[in-house]
Design a protein around this ligand. Structure first.
Ligand code: GDP
Ligand code: FE
Ligand code: FE
Ligand code: FE
Length: 196
């Protein structure tokens, strides 16, 4: 298990308490995914010179809201005055973009770069910090993922992080179109900014 103490100004409470709250918010299977994302995010953070505690926290919270009912997200969109067109999407888009507000209010994570990484972990963004790129990739290449090409993109993430972001975005876009799933405009923005 990872042993990380968070500096007060980044996260003021204990790792053990945070893990408890995250585990209580999701199935055991998803919590195991979260821990594997943390492990991969820490490896990428070391490779790309990003502070371990930021990578750890971003990974731990990234799917916190994934098992919430739709009504919770619709309420947050209204109460926080988020873009009203978000109402037209669903859990896949909401759990990151909207879920970050729940991580703020319920888990007390206030670090904006961590929250942005969570907001961007599914759909990306035109401008992504190294931390945000690391979370986007760690979620995709954690050791439990088995899709065709995963070993290639795993290696690429350690060799050329930006190229791996482009790789993932292109493959996700192809997959969504193949399955006739609606593409969130932010995903297209990410594709246009990052694909080579
Ligand atoms: P997970 O939460 O660990 O399963 O992974 P992600 O948060 O990265 O992705 C959640 C789901 O969102 C996946 O099934 C993606 O294929 C899907 N997804 C990614 N981009 C889009 C998009 O633009 N539109 C829609 N509708 N789904 C998307
Ligand atoms: Fe997710
Ligand atoms: Fe992802
Ligand atoms: Fe995830």
């Amino acid at each position: 298990m990872t042993e990380i103490d968070y500096q007060m100004h980044i996260y003021a409470a204990s790792r053990a308490g945070l893990l408890e709250k995250i585990a209580a918010a999701m199935s055991a299977k998803r919590f195991e995914h979260v821990l594997r994302v943390e492990e991969m995010a820490l490896r990428l953070a070391e490779c790309w010179g990003v502070p371990a505690e930021l990578a750890s926290l971003a990974a731990l919270v990234h799917d916190y809201a994934k098992e919430r009912p739709d009504a919770d997200f619709l309420l947050v969109i209204e109460q926080e005055g988020l873009d009203p067109t978000l109402r037209d999407w669903g859990n896949n888009v909401w759990h990151g973009v909207v879920g970050a507000e729940l991580v703020k209010s319920e888990l007390g994570i206030m670090h904006e770069e961590i929250l942005d990484a969570m907001r961007q972990h599914t759909v990306g963004a035109a401008h992504m910090t190294k931390l945000s790129q690391i979370l986007y990739m760690a979620d995709y290449i954690e050791l439990g993922r088995t899709f065709p090409g995963v070993e290639e993109v795993r290696a690429l993430a350690f060799d050329d992080l930006a190229a791996s972001v482009g790789w993932q975005t292109q493959h996700t876009l192809k997959y969504l179109i193949e399955k006739s799933v609606p593409v969130y405009p932010g995903t297209l923005t990410t594709y246009n900014a990052w694909s080579v």
